[in-house]
Design a binder for this molecule. Structure first.
Ligand SMILES: [Zn+2]
Ligand SMILES: [Zn+2]
Length: 182
């Protein structure tokens, strides 16, 4: 394997279904045209899990990841099965360090529809791919986009996420290409 500076690592933070990881890696290669590889779980700070909220604190998780070496990964996406939050929100689908190396996403909220019914596996995978690509966009310094037909449009809930496409608008797409080449 050659050391590619644009290598993207997909890492399970806990026991995460292997198909979800494969789908995320395949979408990174297919939609962002970047090589992606699934890596093994790292040993992370136990403080990251909030025993009262029963959720992972995204900030602590990201700091824990930042204290480790993931060479030769240019960017790393951690995938959780448990719920994820940042202090100002009840939950988040994902969280990324804008323009930096690490992001985390959670499958937890993607496994139940807003009406309480269960989505198909393929819909869960599509949602996971959208969240992962959106956060990867932030890692390549893309900001939220006002265009509802763009992957970088902010999703406040599952209805928004389901209405968001898997692709970037023309503006975000060219910004991404530019940022990847630098
Ligand atoms: Zn975002
Ligand atoms: Zn856009």
């Amino acid at each position: 394997m050659t050391l590619n500076k644009e290598f993207i690592g997909v890492i399970p933070i806990e026991v995460v279904p292997a198909t979800a990881l494969k789908v995320i890696a395949a979408h990174i290669s297919g939609y962002f045209n970047l090589p992606a590889q699934i890596l093994s779980s790292p040993k992370l700070s136990e403080d990251a899990f909030d025993q009262t909220r029963l959720q992972y604190d995204a900030g602590i998780l990201l700091r824990s990841l930042e204290s480790m070496e993931f060479n030769p990964c240019k960017k790393v996406i951690g995938v959780l099965r448990s719920d994820l939050y940042i202090p100002i929100f009840e939950y988040v689908f994902g969280e990324a360090r804008q323009g930096e190396q690490f992001a985390v996403i959670s499958l937890f909220r993607l496994r139940k529809n807003p009406d309480g019914s269960s989505p198909s596996e393929s819909l869960i995978h599509e949602r996971a791919a959208k969240v992962a690509l959106h956060e990867l966009g932030h890692l390549y310094n893309l900001f939220h986009c006002e265009d509802k037909n763009c992957l970088m449009h902010f999703s406040g809930g599952l209805e928004d996420l389901d209405a968001t496409p898997l692709y970037l608008c023309r503006y975000c797409s060219s910004y991404l290409k530019y940022n990847i080449s630098y």
